[in-house]
Design a protein around this ligand. Structure first.
Ligand code: ZN
Ligand code: ZN
Length: 387
């Protein structure tokens, strides 16, 4: 039987009201409860595919494996059905077990596959348990030092479970996740070792082998760039490295397409050492086929199983993140996650921004909200607005 305060939690989830949910949870901190359908708040939020609510509930101590549901659908089963891969990821990070089966003997990834949510399938099947990372933070055998300093375990794990494979996003993650940039060479080595392990172990996982190799390739490129930077302060060197990398990757070709990013990704495919694997052959045949899609979409497809949504939604011009919330206030065409992404693209965008203004003059979008741009260089002051 649920009390009034418990009911409020379920009502808040039903209405999708974050503030209401937080208030209800403050009144009733035990979040591991069930309603008359034998479902927990977390299961409801997961079924709705509501990432923010799922995170709030997890932060309040929701047990991702608590399941009283009559057909034994776990929160992860519901997440897989919802189609929101970020909800799947949040639950996995919180310790949701992917091997639990429901009453018809199906795992969460099998249910997701059944309803055609391939990205959820990929996220669940390719999830790397943190214990696999911890192995590299402990010294083994004759080694006196581990491959990675132990404090890196968390950020390294976070790095390898990300799903946005845009090289700029990978570099941004390496730049922002604690300690990664400071140990890029070690990170690169461990990623190579993990790639090799995936190929050589029984039950080899070519997808993961390719993903780890790809991440190591980006790390290697950053190592090369970093070696050429002259800045004295470590922090400046780190920022310069990221800027140079982004400038190289985002440089537009004569036709305006991202052909340098394409070349970078093709080179990575070329360097993948396991030439005989099926996945590589598929990638190469698509890359060399007639009218190939972008190398980024091929690489993303190879790693994630699907290229997100096939509607005409625009991704961040800098890092490829879905549903960017800001746009350039001048042309109102270029879209970004935030000021940082805009800044990293400005070197190239400033050359075309004005010409995009004319193209978009007929745009009916009037929702312009200026944001505080005090952190931007004077050149791009007031050039970012919310969508
Ligand atoms: Zn972005
Ligand atoms: Zn612009």
């Amino acid at each position: 039987m649920s009390t009034e305060t418990e009911k409020k939690i379920f009502t808040a989830i039903e209405s999708g009201d974050d503030a209401l949910l937080r208030a209800a949870l403050d009144d009733h901190p035990n979040v591991n409860i069930i309603d008359e359908n034998l479902m927990t708040p977390l299961q409801h939020a997961a079924y709705k595919g509501n990432k923010d609510m799922v995170q709030i509930l997890l932060d309040y101590g929701a047990d991702p494996n608590l399941c009283k549901h009559q057909h034994n659908y776990t929160a992860l089963h519901f997440a897989g059905l919802s189609g929101n891969f970020e909800v799947c990821l949040a639950l996995l990070v919180a310790g949701a077990r992917p091997d639990v089966t429901n009453a018809v003997n199906r795992t969460a990834s099998q249910m997701a596959a059944f309803v055609g949510h391939h990205k959820c399938v990929a996220i669940i099947n390719n999830y790397v348990q943190k214990s696999n990372v911890d192995y590299y933070t402990v010294a083994h055998g004759l080694h006196t030092k581990p491959y990675l300093p132990p404090y890196l375990a968390e950020s390294f794990h976070k790095l390898i479970i990300q799903v946005n494979m845009h090289p700029v996003k990978v570099a941004l993650n390496m730049h922002s996740f604690i300690g990664i940039f400071e140990h890029l060479s070690e990170v690169k080595t461990v990623l190579e070792l993990m790639s090799e392990k995936e190929m050589k172990n029984e039950g080899s996982n070519e997808v993961m082998a390719f993903k780890f190799f790809y991440l190591s390739y980006v790390a290697g490129e950053l190592v090369n760039i970093q070696a050429k930077q002259n800045a004295k302060k470590q922090e400046d060197k780190k920022n310069e490295t990221l800027q140079v990398f982004c400038k190289n990757i985002l440089k537009p070709g004569k036709d305006g397409s991202l052909q340098f990013m394409d070349a970078f990704l093709r080179e990575c495919v070329k360097k993948f050492p396991f030439r005989e694997c099926t996945l590589l052959r598929q990638i190469v045949s698509t890359l060399t086929g007639k009218d190939p899609p972008t190398a980024l979409s091929i690489v993303t497809f190879a790693i994630n199983g699907q290229r997100g949504f096939v509607d005409d939604a625009v991704d961040c011009y800098t890092c490829g993140e879905e549903k960017p919330t800001k746009k350039c206030s001048k042309c109102k065409v270029a879209q970004y996650c935030d000021k940082n992404c805009q800044k990293l693209h400005w070197h190239w965008h400033k050359k075309v921004c004005a010409s995009l203004v004319q193209d978009s003059s007929s745009s009916k979008d009037k929702k312009e909200v200026a944001v505080d741009s005090s952190e931007l260089s004077s050149e791009i002051q007031n050039l970012l607005i919310s969508n």
